[in-house]
Ligand binder design. Sequence first.
Ligand code: ZN
Length: 437
Amino acid sequence: MAMQKQYARELMRFIDKSPSVYHVIKNAGTKLEEAGFTHLNLSDAFNLKPAGKYFVTANGSALIAWQMSRGKKARGFKLVGSHSDSPCLRIKPHPEVTVQDHYLKLNTEVYGGAILSTWFDRPLSAAGRVVVRTDDPLAPKDMLVSFKGAPLIIPNLAIHMNREVNDGYKIERQKDLLPLLGIINKKFEKDGYLVKLLAKQLGVSADTILDFDLYLHDTQPGCFCGYSDEFFSTGKIDNLGMAYASLDGLIAQDTPLDYVKAACVFDNEEVGSETMQGAGSPFFADTLKRITIAQCDAGEQWFELFQQQLSRSFLISADQAHAYHPNYPEKNDITNFPLVNGGPVIKLAASMSYASDGVSAGIFRDLCKRAGVPCQNFVNRSDIKGGTTIGPITTTNLMIKTVDVGNPILSMHSIRELGGVADQEYITQVFNQYYKE
Ligand code: ZN
């Protein structure tokens, strides 16, 4: 167990220091650079060398990292796809709301399919990026920001004033989810209060701040749970659990193969992926095309080579999966129900809300076997619709054989999710195996 705990511990550390998607990508980039990967800008020419290690980012919230094949021309791509974003609350523009000239609250909206009740009575903070004016109007500067301590909290209403709170109370997003920022003092000026706080935090003048993307997050660090520390409890396991493990595997296995091997972390999966930095964007396909073009000789038809490479490629779309919940056995399929710490899960759906089929599932099952890791199945109960992920979105843009997999977790989309310590080690081993041979 001691060995196993290291993977979940490292993941929790990464999550604790990555309070927004922008911090996730910045910290992932730092980890890659320390491992010898070169950060290319999308505006740079791609001069790629055999066995070279590179990464690009989109919008500061998505990333593709890869290692070139050992020879000049690759057979294809070995890909893992995951996502950087998690459900949360976003701070709206002009967010200050005062009540009785005494309380100061912030206006928010919900990002993704969050379990809203989990956001109450928790010390919260805000993090994200601030956009600051420069001399070039089309190139403002992004500055990451993260407030220390717990400046925000959403207090519950006392049960004496809300007798139905335990009987299916409907949370009103525009009323119930406005976090308290503090008590107003005499010198308080409501207009631009948050922008002034941001300016102070960043050491810039408030009138240079053009805008911001700020999200709320839990301030309590991740921790082990369970009698033998077999679980870990933290926010954003969906999907930093997979993003982190895939980058870890890519970094650890740096012997070049006949394939280009890549870990791709997209943003905005929780709101449908249809953004510039999401899995539905040309970012993915265009980056693969540029990698192929860099392998071509002068005058060679890159598109022909690209199609040949795609036909020999594989994508593991790695997200989280629904573990069997001991309090709700009736929510599961009757013969396929993944258990926490039972190993990674292959997700299948007749509706093709998951991209897996017999062939891609078989390839992944074999990979687990080679890694010495157990493997489980998930299908929805036939009368429950279930979720989806990036697998089907990427396969509608690119003809790549794809399997949807994930680790079995509980409390998916809660502010704190519950993962299995052994599972985090298992999936890291599977990615290591994938990138190794
Ligand atoms: Zn997810």
